[in-house]
Design a protein around this ligand. Structure first.
Ligand SMILES: *Cc1c(COP(=O)(O)O)cnc(C)c1O
Length: 375
C-alpha cells in the first residue's frame, strides 16, 4: 500500500516514551533477568525496527516476534541480538532459521523430527536454537504432558548437532485478571511439567507484560515484554494500578482539509444517517477505515482546539466528518489519539468504543499511515 506522505494524517511515535517504559521495567527486574521486547505485528503498529532500536537503547537484550519474516526483517535491519519466533514455524524453514540465528518455539516432537531431516540434509554450521513451549492452560500451543515433554527432551539429547535446547517457556492466559485463581493453576502445571527437566536451558521464561508487572515473582531469567513497553496497560482497565506510570508512545493526528456550514435538515455521509438539527459547522478529516480507523467509530469523537468533536455520519474508507463548535481554517490540527489542548483520547477510549482491546486498535493501523518518530 502506498504510504500517505502527502496527506496530513500520521501516527506520531514518541521514542522517549518507549525508552521510559522499557528502561523502567528493566530496572525493576532482578539482575539475572533479561528483557526481550516483543515487536511482533510491526511493533504493535509502532514500527518494528524503530521500536527494536529504542528497546535496545533502553536495555532490552533480545526480541520476540510472531512469525519468521518478522525475525528476518530485524536481521535485515542489522539487529544481532537473539530473536525468538513465538508462533509455530515450518520445519522446512529450520535451516533458514539456523543460518539467521533465529530461535524458534517448538510445540511437539513431530516438529523436531521433521526439522531434523531438513537440518541433516544440509551442511548447516550451527544448530537451531529451540524453545520448548509448555501448554499450562493457555490452550494454544505446546506440550501438555510430562511424557510428551520427556520424549522431546530425549530427542534433543540425541540430536545435539541439529538443535540447541535454548529455552523453555509457557504463556499465561489470565495474568491481567484481578482474580488469580486460574493463574495459580497454570503456575502449578508449569512446576509439574518443568520438574522433569534434566537441566535448565539458557532461557526460562513465563512472563508477558501483565505477568512481569503484577506477578514479577514468577519471572525467571527472561521476560517477553510487549504491550506495556508501548505504554498501554495490559489489563485495559481491569487492573488500573501499574507499578510505575506507563507512557503511551502512539498518537494519531490529522488536519482539517475542508469545512462547511450545514443547514438544518441537511445530511452527512453514506446512508445519510446523520442530519443536522440546526445550522452547524462540519469538518472533513482525511482518514478512514482503510487506515484502520474503524467504521464503528461513527458517533465517537476527535479533538480540535482542545474540544471533543463528534464523528458524524458514517466513517468512509478514506475520510470522515466531524461537527465543529465553530469554523476553523484548513490545516487546523485534529487529534484522533493523544493529547490536544489539555484534553486527551487514549487508544483505550477508542478500543472501548469499538468493543475491543487497545492491542487490536494499535496493530490495526495500516501501512497507509506514515509513522513519524519523535525524540
Ligand atoms: C504477544 C506475546 C507476548 C507479549 O504479550 P504482551 O501482553 O503484549 O506483553 C508474550 N508472549 C507470547 C507468547 C506472546 O504471544
Amino acid at each position: 500500500m502506498a504510504v500517505g506522505e502527502h496527506r496530513p494524517t500520521r501516527l506520531v511515535i514518541d521514542r522517549q516514551a518507549l525508552r521510559h517504559n522499557i528502561q523502567t521495567e528493566v530496572k525493576r527486574l532482578k539482575s539475572d533477568c533479561e528483557l526481550f521486547m516483543v515487536v511482533k505485528a510491526n511493533g504493535y503498529g509502532h514500527g518494528a525496527a524503530q521500536v527494536a532500536q529504542a528497546a535496545k537503547d533502553a536495555g532490552a537484550t533480545g526480541f520476540c516476534v510472531a512469525i519468521l519474516d518478522e525475525a528476518l526483517e530485524l536481521r535485515a535491519a542489522g539487529f544481532d541480538e537473539p530473536i525468538l519466533v513465538l508462533g509455530v514455524t515450518r520445519p522446512e524453514d529450520a535451516v533458514l532459521m539456523a543460518q539467521a540465528r533465529v530461535s524458534t518455539v517448538v510445540a511437539d516432537l513431530k516438529w523436531l523430527q521433521e526439522a531434523s531431516r531438513y537440518l541433516e540434509l544440509t551442511h548447516h554450521n550451527r544448530p537451531l536454537n529451540v524453545h520448548l513451549g509448555l501448554d499450562t492452560g493457555m490452550g494454544r500451543i505446546g506440550f501438555r504432558t510430562t511424557d510428551d515433554l520427556k520424549a522431546a527432551l530425549n530427542f534433543l539429547g540425541v540430536k545435539v548437532d541439529d538443535f540447541n535446547f535454548e529455552g523453555i517457556f509457557t504463556h499465561f492466559s489470565t495474568a491481567d485478571d484481578p482474580d488469580d485463581t486460574y493463574f495459580k493453576q497454570q503456575v502449578a502445571k508449569w512446576q509439574e511439567l518443568t520438574a522433569v527437566l534434566p537441566f535448565r536451558p539458557r532461557y526460562v521464561h513465563v512472563s508477558n507484560s501483565a505477568t512481569s508487572l503484577w506477578h514479577a515473582a514468577c519471572n525467571d531469567n527472561m521476560v517477553r515484554f510487549g504491550v506495556a513497553g508501548y505504554g498501554l496497560n495490559p489489563s485495559g482497565t481491569a487492573i488500573p494500578e501499574t507499578p510505575y506510570p506507563l507512557r503511551p508512545a502512539m498518537q494519531l493526528v490529522s488536519e482539517l482539509v475542508y469545512t462547511k456550514r450545514l443547514h438544518a435538515g441537511e445530511s452527512v455521509s453514506y446512508g445519510a444517517t446523520y442530519t443536522a438539527q440546526t445550522d452547524e459547522w462540519i469538518g472533513t478529516v482525511p482518514i478512514g477505515y482503510a487506515d484502520g480507523y474503524e467504521r464503528r467509530l461513527q458517533g465517537f469523537h476527535v479533538l480540535v482546539g482542545g474540544q471533543f468533536c463528534e464523528i458524524v455520519g458514517r466513517v468512509c474508507m478514506d475520510q470522515l466528518m466531524i461537527r465543529l463548535p465553530q469554523n476553523y481554517v484548513r490545516g487546523t490540527k485534529v487529534t484522533l489519539v493523544g493529547a490536544n489542548g489539555g484534553q486527551q483520547i487514549t487508544l483505550q477510549d477508542v478500543a472501548d468504543y469499538c468493543g475491543t482491546i487497545h492491542y487490536e486498535i494499535a496493530c490495526g493501523f495500516t501501512s497507509r499511515l506514515p509513522r513519524h518518530y519523535l525524540n
